[in-house]
Design a protein around this ligand. Structure first.
Ligand code: ADP
Ligand code: ASP
Ligand code: MG
Length: 456
């Protein structure tokens, strides 16, 4: 069996949904199909709830627009009349529930996380019943009954063991086509609706593929495959035929939006190949992500970037040679659920810089200033503050370790173009060099590096 995931753009219009139907029906083996909300709907659900909570009556127009999209879709996919009436009854019931929730928020002017999580779940619940009705004989499953999360550091984290067990039990017998809403889940204790984070449908698909030992996990999207850089930024970016799990993981973690980062691990752990394909160009070979790369490849496979980066530096002569400073930094951040995606430490040990998202920067400074309050008072460590509005860029490739001169070429290229590097890090695994620049230099940095490594 295989798992196929179709993203928001793939189910964005009646036309594209019909391509999805053809692709699913061409599969020989049993398939589990995971779908995202119709393109743009999750954003609209979030924006509409904020409007309602702020007392803006125009939320009704935004809601009506979502109704229009779903009704148009339900009517535009060419179902025979009985089936269409059933589908529209189910769609309208969900939309009515949603209308009542928005009305409630508008009246009480309050939007809790729990309510917000309930609202965004409607996107995938609606899209999945539409696609389920379109595919002959497809059986719809509710992912909230088998994708289970638990609350840690005020985030919903997958309970992997429980979920694996429930997925196996749910799909003990497989229909030819099983249809599953991506992204949504429920709390293992309270049963409340939760989700796997923005872009989380990829993760839903990978979790299911791993639990059932699928032959392949196919991610169907709107580009021909995983590309050397974000094609919206670098027009000369091209498709990479093969990536190792490690390379894909690094590129995704550093912002390559084409796959949601947590997706790679379940597939990698179970050695399930991931195939990235284009719904709008199904004949293109796509990109295969697996353990071993078969073909000879360049030292650098891809470049990715995160643009809302802050750099927080803990510095002071009082840190030199003192054991446990880094332990305290990471413990304090972890306790507050702050994720760190880059670390750079000078060998003199008098400063450690960490890269976090802009949105986490204030809290990170607060907890570090508290953790080191004694040392700060004594003047051993400087007060911690964040340098905001930076961008982190990573160049990734497993062949880097066999190729001398990559760092030289990278920093030479940046230097010649007048771009100064604020911090950098390279892991000993030598599959990634990451560095921080001012955000205003991001586009230029990506362009000059892409030209230098891929086009010359
Ligand atoms: P979906 O709705 O199918 O989940 P996403 O919008 O989440 O699609 O991801 C696909 C998009 O990711 C592409 O349209 C492309 O703009 C963007 N992207 C960013 N980096 C890359 C990359 N390295 N390779 C391919 N696409 C990328
Ligand atoms: N619909 C959700 C989002 O937009 C999940 C997904 O598309 O994967 O984030
Ligand atoms: Mg996506």
């Amino acid at each position: 069996m295989k798992v196929m995931k179709f993203g928001g753009t793939s189910v964005g219009s009646a036309d594209s949904i019909l391509s999805v139907k053809n692709i699913i029906e061409a599969a020989q083996e049993p398939v589990i199909v995971v779908v995202s909300a119709l393109g743009g709907i999750t954003d609209s659900l979030i924006a509409t709830s904020k409007m309602a909570a702020s007392g803006n009556a125009a939320y009704v127009d935004a809601y009506n627009e979502m109704v229009r999209r779903h009704v148009e879709m339900g009517n535009g996919i060419g179902l025979e009349s009985g089936k269409q009436a059933n589908l529209m009854a189910a769609v309208n019931q969900l939309l009515d529930e949603l209308k009542n929730i928005f009305k409630g928020i508008y009246l009480i002017k309050d939007l809790s996380t729990k309510t917000s999580d309930t609202i965004v779940s409607y996107g995938e619940r609606l899209s999945s019943i539409i696609v389920a009705n379109l595919i002959e004989g497809a059986v719809w499953y509710d992912s909230r009954t088998f994708i289970k999360t638990e609350k840690k550091h005020s985030r919903h984290i997958l309970d992997s063991d429980l979920t694996t067990q429930l997925v196996k039990a749910t799909f003990n017998e497989l229909p030819k086509v099983a249809l599953v809403p991506g992204f949504i889940s429920s709390d293992k204790n309270s049963g409340e609706i939760t989700n796997l984070g923005r872009g989380g449908s990829d993760y839903t698909a990978s979790i299911i593929a791993a639990a059932l030992q699928a032959e392949v996990l196919e991610i169907w999207t709107d580009v021909d495959g995983f590309m050397t850089a974000d094609p919206r930024v670098i027009s000369s970016a091209y498709v990479i035929n093969e990536l190792s799990y490690v390379e894909a993981m690094e590129l995704c973690n550093f912002g390559a939006k084409v796959v949601y980062p947590p997706t790679i691990y379940p597939a990698c752990h179970n050695n399930i190949p991931i195939l990235i394909k284009n719904t709008f160009n199904p004949d293109a070979p796509g990109t295969i992500i697996e353990q071993e790369i078969k073909e000879e490849s360049k030292a650098i496979k891809g470049i990715s970037s995160i643009n809302d980066t802050s750099l927080i530096t803990v510095t002071g002569l009082g840190m030199v040679g003192v054991i446990g400073v880094n332990y305290r930094i990471f413990k304090a951040l972890a306790k507050n659920g702050i994720s760190v995606f880059m670390v750079s430490q000078a060998s003199s040990e008098n400063s450690t810089s960490i890269g976090v998202r802009n949105q986490d920067a204030e809290l990170a400074c607060e907890v570090l200033n508290e953790e080191f309050s004694k040392e700060i008072e004594m003047g051993e460590i400087s007060p911690v503050c964040a340098e905001k509005n930076l961008a982190t860029i990573a160049i990734v490739g497993e062949n880097m370790k066999k190729t001398p001169g990559i760092a030289g070429k990278l920093f030479g290229t940046l230097g010649r173009n007048g771009i100064s590097v604020i911090a950098c890090a390279q892991g000993a695994s030598e599959t990634n060099i990451s560095f921080v620049v001012e955000e205003k230099y991001l586009r230029k940095s990506l362009n000059v590096i892409h030209d230098s490594f891929f086009l010359s």
